[in-house]
Structures are given as C-alpha cells and as structure tokens.
Design a protein. Structure first.
Lengths: 534, 502
C-alpha cells in the first residue's frame, strides 16, 4: 500500500473486491437521496401554490396543486423510508462480510500474525476499526455525492423560476466548492485537534490508573491527582484557543445559509411590495418556493460536515488494517500437503527476509534448529506451515508447540480434544504419557474440571498438557518453538525427554536455546540474521 | 456525578435552534404579508427582525459550540478526577483494555449535555413555543399541532425506554465478546489444531454481529421514529389543505401551521434521532460508577527494632502460610520456582494484598498492613508517562537534582543525566533493565526501612546484576532487604545469612 493512496482507492482496491461492498448500493443510496430532494422541491412548489391561493385569492387549494404536494411529499416519505431500510440492511451485511474477511486472514496467518500485537490491539481493530470503515462507506461517501448533485439541481430549478435570485446564487456557486474545502479542512483540523486533546488527556489518565499500586506504595496519589487536574485544565485552555478559529469554518457555512434565507426573504418581500424592481416580476407562490428551496443549496453540505469525523476515523482504521481485509491476505495460501521430502533454497520469504543456500527435509528427520533470538527460527517454522507466504505446498499435517502453553478456560478434556472426538482411553493414554494422570485425578471433577480464568497449573504442567494435546493428534510433523524456554533447568531436562519420546515416529524441527543431546537429531540447522545454514 | 449544569451553553443551543425555526416561519409570514399589502403595513420592522434573527442564530451557534467544547473538556477532566480520587489506595482488578475503556466512558458521559440534553431541551422549547403561539392565535390546524406534540412526546418516551434496554443488551454482548475474544485471540497458536478438528471452520469464534445489530437498532429507532412523525405531519398537512374551505383565508398567519408541519424534520430531526442514545450515557454512567476498586489493607504504623516473626503468614489467597524469623536489618532471599508464592508473600508483607496468619515485631503481635517505611518494588516495573524526575519521586515535586543524580548513580543509571527527559508510555525510552533499575532508584530515594523486591535481577546483563547486587548488599547493612528471586548471584548468596526456600 502506498502512503499517497487515498482512502477511497484503498477501499476499492483492497476491501471492495468480489462484491463485498457493491458500488450499486452506493449509487442506489445516492439516487434515493437525490430523488427525495427533487420530490421535495416539487412538493414545495405545490405547497407554495396552495398557500398563495389561500392567502391572496382566498380560495381553497386547487386539485392540481394539492396533487403535486401530495405526490411530492409521499414520494419524499417513501424514499426516506426506503433509504433508511437499505442503508441499515447493507451496513450490517458489509460489517458481517468485513468480519469474515478479518477472520479468514486470522485463520490463514494464525499465530504468525497474532503474536505481533497485543490482544487489546486486535480487539480494538475488530470492535472499532471495522465499523469505522462501514460507517464512512455508507454515510460519508453517499453524502459526498449528494452534496454535489443536489445544489446543482436546486440551482437549475431556482434559475427557471427567478432569474435574479438564480443569478445571485450562481455568483455564489463557485464559492460552493470553496466551502466544501473550507468545511472539510476546518472540520478535519477541528476534529484532529479535539481528538488529540482528548487522546492526550485519556492517555495520562490511563497511565496513572494503571500505575495505582505504585502510587499507593509511594503515597503519590494526591500529588498525581493534582497534576492530572492541572494538565486537564491546561490542555483545555490551550485547545480552546486553537479550536476557536476552527469553529469559524462551520460558522461561515451557517452564516451563509442563514443569511441567504434572510436576504432572499427581504428581497422577495420588498419586490412584492414594489419597493424593489430588478426587472423580474414575482408572485407569492414563487417567493415562498424560493424561500424554501434556497436552503437546500447548503443543507446537504452542512450534513457532510457532520459526517466528517467518520472520515478521520476511517483513515485511522485504514492505518491499522492495511491489507488485512484484502482477499489476498486471506486466501493466497495453498492447501497443505503431506510431507515426503522438501527441498528449500534461495530467498524463502520476505518481511522479515529468510534465505538459505540449500536445505532438505525428509520424512522422519529430526532437526535441531538453533540461532540467537530474533534470527528467524520462528519465522522458518511459520513459513513451513504456510502461516507466512512463500511456500507453494506448505506442510499439511503438522502441530506447533510454542514457548508459552495455551490453556483454554474449558475443561481438561476440552483442552485436549479441542472439540474433536477422542475416546476416554486415548485421553488417559496421553495424560499418562506426559505424567499428568495424578494431577488430573486430584482435580475436583477429574478430567471434566474447568480450567477457568486462572488455570491451576504450573508452567511445566501447562507445557505437559500442551504436549499431550499434540500427542493425541499424532501429527506427521512436530514444530517445536523453544517449548522449554520459560522452564527451570530440571524441568527442561524432564520435558525435553518427554517430547523426544512422544515424537519418536514423526518428523521434528526443534528450536532450542538450551542444550539438547546431539544424538537425538539427524540434522542441525543454524539460523543467523535470516540465513539458514545446514 | 453529573456535576454543574452548563446553563449558558444549553440556553445558547436552544436560542440557536429556535432562531432557525423562527426565521423560516417569520420570513414566510413576511412574504405573504407583503403580497397581501394591507394599507398600513410597516415592512421595515419585520425586515430588521429577520436580519436580527439571522445574526442571533449565527452568534448563538458559535457561542454554543465554543462553550460546549469548553465544557466537554473540563467535564471530562472533572469526571476522571472524581473517579481517580475514589480509587485512592484501592486495587483495581482489570482485564486488557479495561482502563482504556474507563477513559472512553468518562468521555462519553461528559458529552451527555451537548449530545443529548441540549437537543431534547431545544425540542421541548420549540414544541411549547409553537403549540403556544398556534393555539393563542387560534390558527387553522391547532389540533393538528396538538397531535404532533403528543406524538413527539410518545415517540421520545418510547425511544428512551427502547434505548435503555437495547444499550444494556449491547453492553452485555460486548462484555461477552471481550471475554470470548480474549481467549480466542490468545489461543492463536492452537488454531491450526482446532481448525483441523472442524474441517477448516471455527465453531465458537467470537462474533460481533449481534453487537453491531443492537448498535444499529439504537440508531435506526430514532430514524424510524422521525420517519413516522414525518408521515404524520404529511397526513396532517394534506388534511389541512384538503378540508380547509374558508378558514384563515386572506390572513398571512394561516401559513404558520403548514410551514411548521412541512419543516418538521428540520426542527425535530436531531432531537428524535438522538433520543435513544440516552441508554448509552446511562451505561457509561453505570460502568464509571461501578468501578470502585477493591480496598487495600489499612495503613498501619510501628517498626521492628530486633526481629520480625511470621507465623503462618501469607497472602489470604494462598493456602499455605510461611513460618520464619527475620532480622530487623540484613539481607533475606526468598527462592523457589515461579508460582511457589514468593511474590504473594512480598505483597502480603507490603500490605498490597489481604494477608492471613500473624506477624510479630520484637515478640509483640502487630497488624499486617501498609507501612510507611516499607517499600515494595514490583517484578514488572511501573514507568509513568512523565519525566525522569517525576518517575524518581512521584510524590515529591521538589526533589533536589543532586539527590536524583545520586539515586541514578547508585543503580548504574548515571548515563541518564537529563532529569527532564520524557520517558513516554510505559518507559518506551528505556530498556527493560533500565526500567528495573529505575524502580530501584525510586525506592532508594524513599529511604525505606524495609525493601521488598520482586525479581530484581531478571532481564539484567551480568555486569548490571553485579552492580545491583552490590547496591542492595550495601543497603542491607542499615535496612532489611527481602529479595524474591529465582536466580541467585554468587555475591548475594555469599552475603545473605538467610535464604528461604519456598
């Protein structure tokens, strides 16, 4: 993604592919809103006609004007209802589709992607950034079109009714795009400054609340509270000085639209009285209609200003989402296949780059993978199992064991089966193999004891459970990413021996910092600065 | 909790919207009056009034915007300040992102006035004003206006009730999502196995669609309500035109009701579309107020001169207590694998968690709690988003520079010479080892009688382990230094008379 790419083109290229966000919906929504405004202009004509018949001629409404008003207003009502309906329906559909895209990307890149950021980061992405894109797409983008089309239509209509008012509005028309820029820029800078102020205030608050224990130990609560208050007020005063100017841009638009109504009213009134004569005759129907229609020139633009924060939020969302929503990110991976032998050479994957002058992995190999942390051991494993791009036929039947064992809040049994079906005997066997049988029996409900938020396991027990989980599946390839890294020396020895026994029939790639007996392995690969040497 | 009412800002908001409606109604009346041209029609005054209304609207709009933002920022600070002071000496159990959410919720709550009350108050004033004027002039369509006002009231009440219910449900679903997604995202290293069990699908993946649907419902409820009111206004308007045979003819005021009905979406649009948001403010209010935190043990006084004895002493959350006799001065090591209760014991001694068992100073039983001269240094050091100096003495704004430099020097941080250096979020500008040594320097400045230090050597290179060990050994000559650690530098092991295996 190039940094200069606009939000819209990013959206079209990497999100709106394959009918995820059909352009037709956008056109339909714009059309409905324009149609509504056109119907409104027509209804205004009928309305002005009836009122003028009432007041000037003292007659009841003529059927033609009554019909015009009725049809116009009913059309306004129907288009409004239909666009609310369509907007909401499509909005939920797109939200669902984007969530699905994100999940596809998650399931494709798995731990290789997820381990790069915190849980909170991914939650924010999911909860805040996805809806921000959807809101921007359906509100801001539609309004952007409407704000251009409707003023033009209104202007043409005004011109046909009254040349003087039309001409004076036409003179101001070139100012309209200027307004768009002013309102856009003004709203953007206002939003940015206000946002920065709130963000700073929030960050300081979050920082101090997170450090509550520290403040208690050092009796610093009151001092810090005073500082927070002072910072809040100082920031407010400073921000208000800056935004006072930014508010003017919104006020300018308000100024023109309000004044336009006032001046048109006065002009029409005086012309009707005969005080003014600019060569254009006018009657009450025309006058009233002009009064009602003129605000439409700026009303849609004012509405665009209200949606401006959506654009800013969508920009932030794009920043975070980058190409996570594109279909490539989710589906480029080929189907995994069973390993017989695998030859690797050249540049394997980029960002971070990993290359080798030549490696060969045969079925049943036991490979010791060593290298400094950050050299690319984990990247190699992620590459082999297809969580990173590059390998055409990634490993199909593999299991990955990481440094930190994951224990789900469900029962011990659910932790082992992960929702699949295994017999009680199989489960007993693997628990036996990792020497957890006694521990399970001591639990209140045995194998059905839920692990909950804080599982009653030590680090070593957790890793044993993780090994049992893999053992149950008998995968063809074991990828071991420093499974003993966080364990003391004694446990490292025990668990390493356990792993060796468990995976004796499989192909194994074992990354380790800590010493392992050389006779356990058939190959030794060393990773250094992204280069793998056999 | 909601604080001072921003009267002026509210008043300006009401003036702003009222002037907008008045200008439209008055202008149309003016045009009609001009067209009728009664004999002694004074046209100059209405023309001035129209322009005056226009300027009033613009001025009130700007004033409201300014005051509302001013109020919003000040109110946010005030709400947080209230919350922060309630959390003094409390423990706040949180999950990932909870504190950030608290910050957002105070922000939401402080926008109640500008985002909700101002709109609803304007609607009330406009409704009263228009019904009042229409009925006092006995204009055609008075009944219609009455029906509109009543319908508005019904719709608003329904929206508020609906908003309250839906927002509550949405918050519950969001909480469930956070819980579910936290486990889901944390278990990404298991996905490859889980997906295989279910043929590439994930049976219980978290799903936000119901949360979004509820969010959408709150939004669309307001829009549909407005749509209903608009439909009613159209029916009212057409009926008025249809049925009216001769009432109000030749009178320019008779167009007031039709104008009000025609422009109903302009003046009741914002109030109706925002009415259901009340539920969100309510939810924010509740979650800000619910966050009381859990109280920590009381502050207690008294120091040991000779020795400290622990009998079955431990954090209240662990089963087995510790029995040991500690000197009042010296070096004590708690060792053992992770998870054996070293940290809990330190926390219990520091009074940062509820304790069980009993504690004796020089043979006299004393209460467990927070002691002024006991300093606890946590395993993952807190670094405030502040200057280096503030981090060294968070309770003392008048720390002398010499003392600060001396403290930094003591723990091998002499290279951090700029005391005004901004350390950034979580001490981004520092390495992990520097953060740890900073927390020790902070404790040193507090001049404690007892040091309770959790894993001070983790993440330090050999040279720094030596340096820190030497400083702590020096401290142990005049104070009691209790260190929980699973790595034991030889120098410390040699100097420590008491090593407690846990």
């Amino acid at each position: 993604m190039s940094p200069s790419q606009t939000l819209s083109s990013w959206f079209q290229q990497s999100v709106a592919t394959n009918d995820a966000a059909s352009g037709r919906v956008l056109v339909a929504l714009t059309f409905l809103q324009v149609l509504r405004d056109v119907a409104l202009i027509a209804a205004y004509w009928g309305f002005a006609g009836i009122v003028s018949e009432w007041t000037i001629s003292g007659q009841s409404a003529t059927p033609s004007m009554l019909w015009l008003t009725a049809i116009g207003l009913v059309l306004v009502w129907l288009t409004t209802g239909f666009s609310i309906f369509l907007n909401h329906r499509k909005r939920l559909q797109l939200s669902g589709a984007l969530q699905q895209r994100l999940m596809d990307t998650f399931f494709h890149q798995q731990h290789a992607l997820l381990r790069q950021q915190s849980t909170f980061y991914w939650q924010t992405l999911w909860q805040m950034h996805l809806p921000a894109i959807v809101n921007w797409h359906f509100d801001y983008r539609v309004q952007q079109q409407v704000a251009v089309v409707v003023p033009l239509i209104a202007l043409v209509a005004i011109f046909t009714v009254n040349l003087v008012v039309g001409a004076s509005l036409l003179i101001t028309l070139p100012i309209v795009p200027l307004f768009m820029v002013i309102v856009g820029k003004g709203a953007a800078s206002l939003h940015r400054k206000h946002f920065i102020a709130l963000e700073r205030l929030g960050r300081l608050f979050v920082d101090r609340v997170s450090a509550l224990p520290l403040l208690t130990v050092f009796r610093a609560h009151d001092t810090q509270q005073q500082l927070l208050d002072k910072a809040g007020h100082r920031l407010r005063d400073r921000t208000m000085k800056v935004v006072s100017i930014a508010f003017l841009s919104t006020t300018i638009l308000d100024f023109f639209s309000t004044l336009a109504v006032a001046l048109i009213a006065v002009y029409i009134g005086f012309t009707l009285l005969g005080e003014f004569d600019l060569g254009e005759a006018i009657n009450l129907q025309q006058g009233l209609w002009l009064l009602l229609t003129a605000p439409l020139l700026l009303a849609e633009m004012k509405k665009l200003g209200q949606f401006y924060h959506q654009k800013a939020q969508a920009e932030a969302a794009r920043e975070a989402l980058q190409d996570l929503l594109s279909e490539d990110a989710a589906t480029s991976g080929a189907k995994g296949k069973p390993l017989t032998s695998l030859t690797l050479s050249g540049v394997l994957t980029t960002a971070p780059e990993l290359s080798t002058s030549g490696l060969r992995l045969n079925q049943g190999d036991k490979v010791l993978l060593s290298g400094a942390s950050g050299a690319g051991k984990t990247v190699l494993m992620e590459y082999l199992c297809g969580q990173r791009t590059g390998l055409e036929a990634p490993l199909g039947d593999y299991a990955l064991l990481t440094q930190t064992p994951v224990v789900l809040p469900g029962s011990v049994k659910e932790n082992l089966t992960l929702g699949g079906y295994y017999s009680a005997e199989e489960l007993d066997n693997v628990l036996d193999a990792v020497a957890l049988s006694d521990w399970v029996q001591a639990l209140p409900a045995g194998i059905n004891t839920p692990m909950g938020e804080h599982p009653p396991l030590s680090g070593g027990q957790g890793q044993r459970l993780a090994i049992a989980r893999v053992l149950l599946r008998q995968p063809q390839v074991w990828l071991l990413d420093e499974p003993t890294a966080h364990l003391p020396a004694q446990q490292h020895d025990d668990i390493s021996r356990l792993i060796r026994l468990a995976c004796k029939d499989a192909t194994v790639i074992w990354a380790s910092h800590k010493p392992l007996p050389a006779e356990w392995f058939t190959q030794h690969w060393v990773v250094k600065d992204g280069d793998i040497v056999c | 909790m909601l604080g001072r009412i921003p009267f002026i800002s509210l008043l300006l908001a009401i003036i702003h919207t009222s002037a907008g409606l008045l200008i439209l109604i008055f202008s149309s009346w003016f045009i009609a009056a001009c067209a009728l041209m009664p004999a002694n029609f004074n046209y100059m005054l209405p023309a001035v009034i129209i322009r005056g209304l226009a300027l009033t609207r613009i001025g009130a709009g700007y004033g409201h915007m300014w005051l509302a933002h001013h109020d919003l920022l000040g109110r946010t600070t005030w709400l947080r300040s209230q919350l922060f002071s309630r959390l003094k000496d409390k423990y706040l159990p949180t999950r990932a992102g909870d504190v950030e959410r608290l910050a957002t919720q105070t922000e939401t709550l402080s926008s109640l006035w500008v985002g909700w009350v101002a709109h609803q108050a304007s609607a009330v004033v406009l409704i009263l004003l228009s019904v009042g004027i229409v009925s006092s002039l006995a204009l055609p369509g008075t009944k219609t206006m009455g029906i509109m006002a009543f319908s508005w009231l019904l719709l608003t009440v329904w929206l508020v009730v609906y908003g309250l219910r839906t927002a509550k449900k949405q918050v519950q679903e969001e909480t469930a999502f956070r819980f579910c997604s936290e486990h889901f995202l944390n278990s990404s290293s298991l996905w490859h196995m889980q997906l295989k069990e279910h043929n590439g699908r994930f049976p219980s993946a978290p799903d936000l669609r119901s949360v979004w649907r509820d969010h959408q419902r709150i939004e669309s409820a307001g829009q549909w309500a407005l749509w209903c009111l608009q439909g009613l206004a159209i029916v009212g308007l057409l009926t008025l035109f249809w049925l009216n045979k001769n009432q109000g003819f030749n009178d320019p005021t008779s167009l007031i009701v039709p104008m009000l009905l025609l422009s109903i979406t302009d003046w009741l649009g914002r109030p109706l579309t925002t009415a259901a948001h009340y539920g969100r403010y309510r939810q924010a209010y509740e979650s800000v107020n619910q966050n009381e935190g859990e109280p920590l043990p009381e502050a207690v006084s008294g120091e040991a001169q000779e020795h400290i004895v622990l009998k079955d002493f431990q954090s209240a959350y662990l089963s087995q207590g510790v029995n040991v006799r500690l000197p009042a001065k010296g070096l004590v090591i708690l060792s053992g694998p992770s998870g054996c209760g070293k940290s809990s014991l330190l926390l219990a001694l520091a009074g940062m968690t509820q304790a069980q068992g009993s504690l004796y100073f020089d043979g006299k039983q004393v209460e467990a709690g927070r002691r002024e001269n006991w300093v606890y240094v946590e395993q993952s050091p807190f670094v405030l988003e502040a200057t280096l100096k503030m981090n060294l003495a968070p309770n003392n704004l008048k720390l002398a520079d010499d003392d600060a430099h001396q403290a930094l020097n003591e723990f091998g941080l002499a290279h951090l010479s700029d005391l005004e250096m901004w350390l950034g979020k979580g001490g981004r500008r520092l390495s992990g080892g520097e953060g740890r040594r900073l927390s020790l320097a902070r404790a040193w400045l507090a001049k404690p009688a007892v040091w309770l230090i959790d894993e001070p050597f983790e993440g330090l290179d050999t040279a720094n382990v030596e340096g820190v060990a030497e400083s702590l050994v020096t401290q142990s000559k005049t104070t009691l230094v209790i260190i929980a650690t699973h790595v034991l530098p030889t120098m410390v092991a040699e100097k420590a008379p008491l090593i407690i295996e846990m």
